[in-house]
Write a protein that binds this ligand. Structure first.
Ligand code: ZN
Length: 301
């Protein structure tokens, strides 16, 4: 009597494949599909046609799942003179809930691929599959899940613009959208329980170390995220070790008093190269990060 029952269990769990992990209902395939569609609009350089279409498309997708969707639009004056249009997109789930979680991802792409190997390559705009169509696809797919399975807390998605526009060497014209949001938080007294920036999380060879500014300034959030990953059997992806400090969208938010950490796989061979194309990201990696993002906000079963 035991064998048929065991065989059935094995059939359901596919025992001959890799060790099974708990499923949250998040779909990495869906996240990859959304990232692929976003890439079809071309580079998302602020002010270009591809950027405008991409922003409109993100709003449309989020209107299908979220309770409230709106944009912050403004003009950013560049350090060298001139200006670019900017647009943060905000989507809220359970907007009346007082306990909230903030998920942030940048949707713009860099105007140049400065790590390319030739001068011609370096002049090309960054395609931006892993940096950061992956993050956008992740949140859109997570929105689909929250539409069918309401979160245990209120959830805010913030798609920031202008993360990657200018120079990180002298910190000009970068982190534009997150800095604008930090100065113009649309809700009085906004204090989410915690927040996460999801950046470059689609790499096929995914290894996410704890980012050092996050560990220093919001250690309890790092602990929360890495232990959720360990509970899902993902300690080989969310490696519980510190690696390096990374300047990213969490810094302006931390300075504004929000408990936000950076989840990023910075060790990406195609970082800021014209080879950051859709084939570099995988549904499997998006599935793993999406399961963690979902587990952090779904009701515990
Ligand atoms: Zn980048």
């Amino acid at each position: 009597m035991q064998w048929p029952a065991l065989a059935l269990v094995c059939l359901i769990l596919a025992c001959d494949k890799e060790p099974q992990r708990a499923s949250t209902g998040f779909s990495g395939e869906s996240a990859l599909r959304h990232a692929t569609t976003l890439m079809s609009f071309g580079p998302r350089i602020p002010g270009t046609e591809g950027w405008r279409k991409s922003g409109d498309w993100i709003v449309e997708r989020m209107r299908e799942s979220a309770d409230t969707v709106f944009s912050q639009e403004w003009t950013h004056t560049l350090s060298k003179g001139g200006s670019i249009p900017q647009r943060n997109i905000i989507a809220r789930f359970r907007p009346d809930a007082t306990e909230r979680v903030l998920y942030v991802t940048h949707w713009d792409t860099r105007p140049v691929s400065e790590k390319g190997s030739t001068a011609a390559e370096r002049a090309l705009p960054l395609p931006g599959a892993n940096d950061n169509a992956a993050g956008v696809g992740l949140l859109i797919a997570l929105g689909e899940l929250l539409d069918s399975l309401p979160p245990a807390v209120g959830v805010d998605f913030l798609f920031v613009d202008g993360e990657d526009y200018g120079s990180f060497d002298n910190m000009t014209d970068v982190l534009i959208g997150s800095s604008f949001f930090a100065r113009n938080i649309p809700w009085p007294g906004y204090r989410p329980l915690f927040g996460v920036v999801w950046d470059m999380i689609g790499d096929r060879d995914l290894q996410i170390y704890q980012e050092i500014y996050s560990v220093r300034q919001a250690p309890e959030v790092v602990q929360r995220v890495w232990s959720a990953a360990a509970d899902l059997g993902l300690a080989n992806v969310f490696i519980p070790e510190q690696k390096m400090p990374i300047t990213d969208d969490h810094l302006p938010l931390l300075r504004a008093g929000l408990r936000v950490i950076d989840v990023i796989d910075i060790d990406f061979p195609d970082h800021h190269k014209p080879s950051d194309t859709i084939d570099k990201i995988s549904a499997e990696s998006l599935q793993k990060v999406g399961d963690v993002a979902a587990a952090l906000i779904l009701p515990r079963t």
